[in-house]
Design a protein around this ligand. Structure first.
Ligand code: NAD
Length: 359
């Protein structure tokens, strides 16, 4: 029985998770998989109840589960707490303990939302990119680091370090994903200037030789940033370092439109973590107006990457596309001539389409 740990979190988290659970439960019934869900508090909600952003019980629930589904954490109520006990600490703890070294951020344009992009229709139509960002190494973690005084002047230092095994394992994630998609990997580095990314290029090339059916090309990060807005359709899977991935995944995601539509997955150890890119949106929390599609699409990634239920994942994505095609929109993506619906209505609409597709 696949076990899913569910952390609704704060703000709109519980609202978008409720709709996503409706969808996952219906998928389970339709494809005869008996998902087991267990829910726990996380972030601010856990601070209020237990005094810590994540209890040991919540952490073991995550570690013992096959996959984790997360809403969002944080909010103004907890903003003044010291960093060590802030809601966001729960996310760092989860990523570390679950050894999540690869972050997957798709940038897929849904045909009915083409006009929400800031790019021209002919540039953006058909874009479907997966950015795989290395998440636990690189300049964000390298030593030495810090600010010190040298010869009477302040000096800020960070260090870009990659070990061979860190590059190999994230490259394998990228190539495996490409095999499930259009079989093309673009590795992004700055190997003309940075030796550690010269190693990156060498190791990715070596791993690529194990995947003869996947095409590999290399781009320098500055060129990749340009190509993403010039001709994004050329990309299938992009694999890159922590720092470059942080920037490029936001760039790639934004060319497709709204924050309420962006899912993500983090993979590494036995348990994958799935969550929307957006935060807890305190400005609209409790009003049943959040867009649940980012979280529903994260659940589709869970079906694909944690449970290899590719047909079910396709069905969820297709349901979202159909609902949008019929003109239904939550407030954040509504435009003239579309039908505005609430968060819970959006969840119901996706379930209706699922019934049509899978029954
Ligand atoms: P945010 O993503 O919560 O909100 C930014 C804007 O986008 C807001 O106007 C919000 O209403 C809107 N928005 C976001 N998601 C939406 C959705 N699903 N439907 C409709 N509109 C949506 O970012 P923020 O305001 O910078 O942060 C709010 C809180 O969330 C902070 O406490 C921050 O630390 C936290 N946060 C958490 C995560 C996480 O849990 N992974 C990520 C980012 C921010």
């Amino acid at each position: 029985m696949p076990k899913i740990a569910v952390f609704p979190g704060d703000g709109i988290g519980p609202e978008v998770i409720r709709e996503t659970l409706k969808v996952l439960k219906r998928v389970g019934e339709l494809v005869s998989v008996d998902f087991e869900f267990e829910e726990e508090l996380l972030g601010g909600a856990s601070i209020d109840a237990h005094g810590v952003p994540m209890t040991e019980r919540a952490m073991s629930l995550a570690e013992e589960a096959d996959a984790v589904l997360l809403g969002a954490v944080g909010g103004p109520k907890w903003d003044d707490l010291p960093f060590e006990v802030r809601p966001e600490r729960a996310l760092l703890g989860l990523r570390k303990n679950l050894n999540l070294f690869a972050n997957l951020r798709p940038a897929k344009i849904f045909a009915p939302l083409v006009d929400a992009s800031t790019l021209k229709r002919e540039v953006i139509e058909g874009v479907d990119i997966m950015v795989v960002r290395e998440l636990t190494g690189g300049i964000y973690f390298g030593e030495p680091r810090g600010v010190r005084v040298e010869d009477g002047e302040e000096v800020g230092v960070n260090t870009l370090v990659y070990k061979r095994h860190e590059i190999e394992r994230v490259a394998r994630v990228a190539f495996d994903i490409a095999r499930k998609r259009r079989k093309k990997v673009t590795s992004v580095d700055k190997s003309n200037v940075l030796e550690s990314t010269e190693l990156w290029r060498k190791v990715v090339t070596e791993v690529g030789k194990e995947y003869g059916d996947v095409e590999l090309n290399h781009l320098l990060v500055d060129n990749c940033a340009m190509q993403l807005v010039r001709y994004p359709r050329q990309f299938d899977v992009i694999v890159t370092t922590n720092l470059f991935g942080d920037i490029l995944s936001d760039e790639a995601a934004m060319i497709t439109g709204s924050i309420g539509m962006l899912p993500s997955a983090s993979l590494g150890g036995e348990t994958g973590l799935y969550e929307p890119v957006h935060g807890s949106a305190p400005d609209i929390a409790g009003k049943n107006m959040a867009n649940p599609l980012a979280t529903i699409l994260s659940a589709a990634m869970m079906l694909r990457y944690s449970f290899s239920l590719d047909a079910a994942a396709d069905a969820v994505e297709e349901s979202v596309e159909r609902v949008l095609e019929k003109g239904y929109r939550t407030a954040d993506i509504a435009s003239e001539g579309t039908r505005k619906v609430s968060c819970s209505e959006m969840g119901d609409l996706v379930v209706n389409e699922l019934n049509e597709i899978l029954e």
